[in-house]
Design a protein around this ligand. Sequence first.
Ligand SMILES: *Cc1c(COP(=O)(O)O)cnc(C)c1O
Length: 405
Amino acid sequence: MDKSCQANHETHRMKVDFFRHALTSSDATAISQVLDTPFLTSGNLGKSVEVQLASFFGTEEALLVNSWTNGCVATLLALDIGPGDEVIVPAMTFIATANCAEIIGATPVFCDVSPQTLLLEATAIAELVSPKTRAVIPVHLYGRMCDIPELRATLDAMGRPDISIIEDAAHCFEGMRDNARPGCHSDAAIFSFYATKNVTCGEGGAIVTNNRNLAERLRATRLHGMSASAIDRFKTGQYRHWDMERLGIKANLPDILAALLPSQIREIQQKLPVREAIAQRYITAFAGSGLRIPGGVSTCLDARHLFCLHVPPEQRDTALNKLSAAGVGCTVNYRAVPGTRYYSRRYPSAADACPVSRRWGAGTLSIPFFPGMNDNEIDFVIDAVLEHVAPLCAKRHDPPLGTPL
Ligand SMILES: *Cc1c(COP(=O)(O)O)cnc(C)c1O
């Protein structure tokens, strides 16, 4: 048979989804072991995963939660942040980061990101600090970490050691900056185990912290505010009364889902070189094409969660349509949060105050990027981007990221 003909035929039918998870039916064994115990919700298995997480991150405590979002709401409640308080968040992030402040009645204050790295920087945050500021939520966007020690030092030097730093580490489970993992230098770092994240159990998350006092309050706020969890209430065989001291939400992770985590946490470091190799193939292939890619941070070990490109904003829909038609899954991570309908109604001047986020958010698109991609799939994505997207950027003269849109 003519091999080139076969290859052509294959290429023609090929399709690469935006994401493919790596869980298999063998993971069902871990779930069925939970079904063999009397405890389906948060029990001993979850506690063992918390020990594993604290050891991975080198933190005093780790708490499983049922999503990043609920973990962050629980953390803000545990810190007694609420109406009248301000929480500084980046404008370039997923909406959940800002929503948490909004949900508890605090005011999200949008900070623009660096045009080089798309990360929050201490100097920009410092300009937005007011007497009402209670917390900052820096986002380790796409897997590169913000400089947390510098932010802490800047806030302390302003006489504001009281401002909490809560890291949004939804993109950065396995990343580091100056050899420190999320949670080392902040009040807390929060992870997401949502379906497409580097570590996933469908829906879930975790909070790590070195503050035992905060962890103690979080154990209550992630469980309605109750003073003792179900497993602890029944531990001795004798009923133990509980009380409610502070308002909480329902944010605990059931053992049925936690069962999917231990093997992934054990293997996550081995997957990072695979992610890095795919990223490097993309970077090499797209060099000189007019596509813009966020700059690296030399002191970071990049967790490589997403691979995002930037095209001239007026060409983005064409690029998305052409890639989809070619069989390449693509999406947008993210449009700038203050430009969404809800936030632009509520905080009308916020979008204009964050031109870098606006410009990046108007022109970015994400292409398939996951460790299970095979060589054919990687080449297929590269060819499709070079054929359909690069020409849209060939003679681009849209202004640099910092200019107003
Ligand atoms: C996914 C994500 C979240 C929300 O995570 P959930 O677990 O779905 O609540 C928050 N922040 C960022 C940056 C994310 O990518």
